[in-house]
Design a protein around this ligand. Structure first.
Ligand code: ADP
Ligand code: MG
Length: 639
C-alpha cells in the first residue's frame, strides 16, 4: 500500500461550507435540481471519456457503452448516481470536489454581497453543481476511478458538508464515478422509484446518454428474482434533442434542454433550430436567454455554444461559432463534416466553421428581428438585458452592419422618458421635411443627454434627436456613420449644419449679429485664452447662454471623459465656445467695462457650459470663488 492509500481527513477550503449553506437554503424550494446537476456531471464525464478515447480507445477498457445508472436503496436510505465515464483520480477529487474548483462557483463567491436575499437570486446564474447534493443529503460519498488506471487506484471521498472530508484509496473495478447520497430523514421521497423517474423525465430526457434505473418487479416475479442483481431499463429518451425533428419537440422540451445547456433557471426568450444539408452538414440549436449572465462584460466571459461532431461532444465555449457581440447566445452546433479530432487551433482557420458562424449570426439576427416586430414587449426586455452588447456589433461585423443597426434602440427627445426607446426606422419615419441627417447626442447619463443645451434649437424646430448615454455608444457611432443612406450627425460637433432645416432669415440675422458683436467675441477669446479654440455665435442655443462644441472630426468631449475615467489617454482637443447673442447674460456681459469682472463672467460662462453637458471642471474651487464674488456684488448692489 502506498502512503496515499491511508485515509486522510482534509478541511474544505473555507468557502465551501459557506457556499453549501447558501445553496441549501436558496435552492430548497427547487430541491429536485440536485438530480439534474448530478446527472449532468455524469453526462459530462461520459462525454469527456468519449472525447479522450478518440485518441486512446484503451480507455474504454472493453466497455464502450456509456450510461448513467440511478439506484435507490430503501434499507440503506441512499440514492446513488453511477456513471462509467472518465472518472477522477485522487488529486482530481481534491481539486474539483474538495475545493472550489469550478470558476463559476468561485466567481459566485466573489460576487456575493452578504445580503442573503440578493445572493439567493444570484445563485441561479452559476452552475453550483455537485454541492446541490447537500440539499437532500446529510452525507455524500463519492467513489471514483479514472479511466485507464488500475482497479487499485480508486478513490473514496466522503463528507457531511460541514467543514471537512475524508479521502482514501480504494479498489474500484469499473471505471467512472458513483455518487452516493445518504438522504436526510425528511427527504426519503427520493427513494421512490416513480418520483425519481419523473424527475429524470423532466430534466434529463434530452441527454444523449441513456439514464437507467432498476426494473420494478411485482408479485411472483419479484419473489423469483429475489437476491439476483437487478435488471436495468432506460428511463429517459436518450436521444440528443437537437437531432429530433422540430415538429416533434414541445416548447417545454426546448426549455428544459435550454436549462441543461445553460445552467439557467429561467426559460429562454427564443430559440432557432436548424438542420443544414449539403456540403457542410450540421444542426444548430441556438437560444437567446431572457436574462443577461453576471459576466457578460467580463473579458473572459465564456461563449455559450457547445460544439459536437457527429453527436460527440467536442468542446464548450466554442467562441468561433458566434461573433463576440452575440456571445450571450447558448446552444449546440453538431457538425457531420468536421473531423472528430478538431482542436481550438483548427477551428481558428476552418472554412466550414466560418460558414457555420455566418449562418448562425444570420439566424440569431433574424430571430431578433422577428421578436422585435412580432413581440415588441419581449424585444424591449431583450434590449434591456443585451442592448449594450448588440451595440458592439456594427464595429465587429461590418457585413451585417445595417441589419444590426435596425435592431438598435435609443432613448430619444421624441419619447417622454428614457425607458421608452425608438429605432432608426422610427426616427426615419418622423424626419422633418428637408431633414437629411439623423441627429444624436452622446453624454454620460440619460439625464445629461436629455437636458443638454445642445438640443435647444432642435426642440424649437421639433427635430428629433437620439439620446446616447451608454459607454459603448461612442464606439458605436464611430463605426456606424449612416443608416439607410442617412448620415448620423452629432449635435455637439462642428458647425451646426441644419441643411434645409435652417431658417434663412435666422441665418442672416445671426451673421449680422456676429459682425456687430465681433468685439465681444474677441474679448471673450482673450479672456479664456488657451482654454478654447475659438468663440463664435451659436445657432444651437435658445435658452442657454453658452455651450461647447468640438470640431467635426475631433473626439467628442464625452468620449474623452469616458477614456479618462478608465485611465486611458485622450487627445487634448480644444472646444469652441458658442454663445447665444440673444441671451440677457451675454448682453449684460457685453456692456461690462471692468475687464476683471468681464474675465470672471467669461470664465463662469465657460465653466457653466462644461457643467451643463456633464463635464467636470478643471478648477472647481476657482468656479465657486468667482460665483461667490459675483453673488456678493449683486447683494451689495441690491442692499
Ligand atoms: P461543473 O459541472 O460546473 O464543473 P460541478 O460542481 O457540477 O461543476 O462539478 C465540479 C467538477 O467535479 C466537475 O467539473 C468535474 O471535474 C468533477 N465531477 C463531478 N462529478 C463528476 C463525475 N460524475 N465524473 C467525473 N467528474 C466529476
Ligand atoms: Mg456540473
Amino acid at each position: 500500500m502506498t502512503v496515499e492509500a491511508h485515509k486522510e481527513t482534509l478541511e474544505f477550503k473555507a468557502e465551501v461550507s459557506q457556499v453549501l449553506d447558501l445553496v441549501i437554503r436558496s435552492l430548497y424550494s427547487n430541491k429536485e435540481i440536485f438530480l439534474r446537476e448530478l446527472i449532468s456531471n455524469a453526462s459530462d464525464a461520459a462525454e469527456k471519456l468519449r472525447f479522450e478515447a478518440l485518441s486512446d480507445d484503451g480507455l474504454y477498457e472493453g466497455d464502450s457503452e456509456l450510461r448513467i445508472r440511478v439506484t435507490a436503496d430503501r434499507e440503506a436510505g441512499t440514492l446513488t448516481i453511477s456513471d462509467n465515464g472518465i472518472g477522477l483520480g485522487r488529486q482530481e477529487v481534491m481539486e474539483t470536489i474538495g475545493s472550489i474548483a469550478s470558476s463559476g462557483t468561485r466567481r459566485f463567491i466573489e460576487s456575493m454581497s452578504g445580503d442573503q436575499a440578493k445572493d439567493s437570486k444570484l445563485i441561479g446564474q452559476f452552475g453550483v453543481g455537485f454541492y446541490s447534493a447537500y440539499i437532500v443529503a446529510d452525507r455524500v460519498t463519492l467513489i471514483s476511478r479514472r479511466a485507464g488506471l488500475g482497479a487499485e487506484h480508486g478513490v473514496r471521498w466522503e463528507s457531511d458538508g460541514r467543514g471537512s472530508y475524508t479521502l482514501e484509496t480504494v479498489e474500484k473495478a469499473g471505471r467512472g464515478t458513483d455518487v452516493i447520497l445518504h438522504l436526510k430523514e425528511d427527504e426519503k421521497e427520493f427513494l421512490d422509484s416513480w418520483r425519481v423517474r419523473s424527475i429524470i423525465g423532466k430534466f434529463s430526457d434530452h441527454i444523449a446518454l441513456p439514464v437507467e434505473m432498476a426494473k420494478e418487479l411485482y408479485g411472483e416475479e419479484a419473489e423469483q428474482k429475489k437476491g439476483e442483481p437487478p435488471e436495468f431499463e432506460q428511463v429517459n429518451r436518450g436521444t440528443a434533442l437537437w437531432m429530433r425533428s422540430k415538429s416533434e419537440i414541445t416548447d417545454e422540451e426546448y426549455n428544459d434542454f435550454y436549462k441543461h445547456v445553460s445552467h439557467d433557471f429561467q426559460p429562454p426568450l427564443a430559440h432557432a433550430h436548424n438542420r443544414v444539408e449539403g456540403t457542410n452538414e450540421y444542426t444548430a440549436l441556438l437560444y437567446v436567454p431572457s436574462k443577461a449572465p453576471w459576466d457578460l462584460f467580463d473579458r473572459e466571459q465564456k461563449h455559450g455554444v457547445k460544439l459536437y461532431v457527429k453527436r460527440v461532444f467536442i468542446m464548450d465555449e466554442a467562441d468561433k461559432l458566434m461573433p463576440h457581440y452575440l456571445r450571450f447566445v447558448k446552444g449546440v452546433v453538431d457538425s457531420d463534416d468536421l473531423p472528430l479530432n478538431v482542436s481550438r487551433e483548427i477551428l481558428q482557420h476552418n472554412r466550414k466553421i466560418d460558414t457555420i458562424r455566418q449562418a448562425n449570426t444570420k439566424r440569431v439576427l433574424g430571430l431578433l428581428e422577428t421578436l422585435a416586430t412580432e413581440e415588441p414587449e419581449k424585444y424591449a426586455s431583450f434590449w434591456d438585458e443585451f442592448g449594450k452588447v448588440i451595440k458592439e456589433g456594427p464595429a465587429e461585423d461590418f457585413a451585417n452592419r445595417e441589419k444590426i443597426a435596425s435592431l438598435l434602440r435609443f432613448a430619444s427627445t421624441h419619447s417622454e422618458d428614457n425607458a421608452q426607446r425608438v429605432s432608426f426606422d422610427d426616427y426615419l419615419g418622423r424626419m422633418k421635411e428637408g431633414q437629411d441627417k439623423i441627429y444624436y447626442i452622446t453624454a454620460d447619463s440619460p439625464a445629461a443627454a436629455r437636458f443638454s443645451p445642445h438640443l435647444e434649437v432642435f426642440r424649437k424646430k421639433g427635430v428629433e434627436v437620439l439620446l446616447l448615454s451608454d459607454r459603448v455608444d461612442e464606439w458605436l457611432v464611430s463605426h456606424l456613420t449612416e443608416y439607410k443612406d442617412k448620415p448620423l450627425q452629432s449635435v455637439a460637433k462642428g458647425d451646426l449644419d441644419l441643411g434645409e432645416l435652417a431658417d434663412k432669415d435666422e441665418q442672416e440675422t445671426r451673421e449680422k449679429a456676429a459682425a456687430e458683436h465681433g468685439t465681444l467675441l474677441e474679448r471673450l477669446k482673450t479672456a479664456l485664452g488657451e482654454r478654447v479654440e475659438a468663440v463664435r455665435p451659436s445657432t444651437r442655443l435658445v435658452d442657454s447662454p453658452a455651450c461647447l462644441v468640438v470640431g467635426a472630426d475631433d473626439m467628442s468631449a464625452n468620449l474623452a471623459r469616458v477614456l479618462k475615467a478608465v485611465g486611458q489617454s485622450a487627445p487634448e482637443t480644444k472646444p469652441t465656445l458658442e454663445v447665444n447673442l440673444d441671451h440677457p447674460l451675454v448682453r449684460r456681459l457685453e456692456s461690462e467695462t471692468d475687464e476683471g469682472r468681464f474675465g470672471d463672467l467669461g470664465m463662469i460662462l465657460f465653466d457653466q457650459a462644461q457643467l451643463a453637458e456633464g463635464g467636470q471642471l478643471d478648477d472647481p474651487a476657482g468656479f465657486v470663488g468667482r460665483l461667490n464674488k459675483l453673488m456678493l456684488n449683486m447683494m451689495m448692489a441690491g442692499g
